[in-house]
Ligand binder design. Structure first.
Ligand code: SF4
Length: 251
């Protein structure tokens, strides 16, 4: 572990300036260590986006206990995939067994449907998501972390889950290919800069990993999970990528 340095964050977003001070370990840091900052920034932006909707008279339909959207394919950047893999390593053995069994059931179904190769394709990126996402959704596979229609990892849920808020009726999310679900626009989807930074560091293309393939993908990328870089440099490069992200929705 190195010394702690403080990094001043000052981001111009369509929802106003986001300013803050983030403590960064200057010692070696892995990709996964960027995730808490990405989640914190996402929370700030989601909160502002929701408040803007309400101020303009639109009501957010999302409520605790509504897990309708948790049958969609959730795209993650590699650092977020490692974050969830670490989270699973930290839970009790019984719970882990139960969650891994659910992941295993989904992988079996995706294999039966010949979707695994497409989903694990290294070229799987934003542009490739939509056609596969529809096939995936029609299989009606609840997220392995969904329990009684609530997220069992709510404080640790990925960026895409935080960013998914709607103002159309919640029931429409059960059939998003028949209804035009109205999502709350997010100015800075934070998975994209994490994916771009990973691509730069590994000499590959930016890619996204479906949440339900995390155990499989993380075991195939065990070496990358262990790689570390000088912390401050890694964090600065991440923030530089955040600054380049255009307005868009990631899910
Ligand atoms: S991680 Fe949580 S919020 Fe995201 S899809 Fe799974 S259950 Fe739903």
């Amino acid at each position: 572990m190195g010394e702690t340095a403080f990094f001043e964050v000052d981001l111009a977003t369509p929802l106003g300036q986001v300013r803050g001070r983030v403590a960064v370990d200057t010692g070696p840091m892995g990709l996964v260590d960027l995730v808490p900052t990405a989640l914190e920034l996402t929370n700030i932006l989601v909160d502002r986006a929701r408040r803007r909707e309400e101020k303009e008279g639109r009501r957010i339909s999302c409520r605790a206990g509504c897990g309708v959207c948790c049958r969609q394919m959730v795209p993650l950047s590699a650092p977020e995939a490692f974050y969830l893999a670490d989270l699973m390593d930290s839970i009790s053995a019984n719970r882990r067994k139960e969650v891994l069994k659910r992941f295993g059931g989904i992988v079996e179904e995706l294999e039966r449907q010949n979707l695994i190769d497409e989903l694990l394709d290294p070229d799987y990126c934003d542009d490739a998501v939509l056609p596969i996402a529809k096939k995936y959704f029609l299989l009606n596979l609840p997220c392995p972390f969904l329990r009684e229609e609530s997220c069992s990892i709510h404080p640790n849920r990925p960026v895409a889950c935080r960013e998914y808020n709607v103002t159309s009726p919640a029931s429409w999310c059960a059939d998003p290919y028949s209804y035009e679900v109205v999502k709350v626009p997010m100015p800075l989807p934070l998975s994209a800069p994490l994916a771009r930074l990973t691509a730069q560091l590994t000499g590959s293309k930016p890619r996204l990993i479906p949440l339900t393939l995390v155990p499989l993908w993380a075991s195939e990328h065990a070496d990358l999970r262990k790689v570390q870089w000088p912390g401050l440099e890694l964090f600065q490069r991440f923030m530089a990528e955040v600054g380049k992200t255009p307005s868009a929705n990631s899910r």
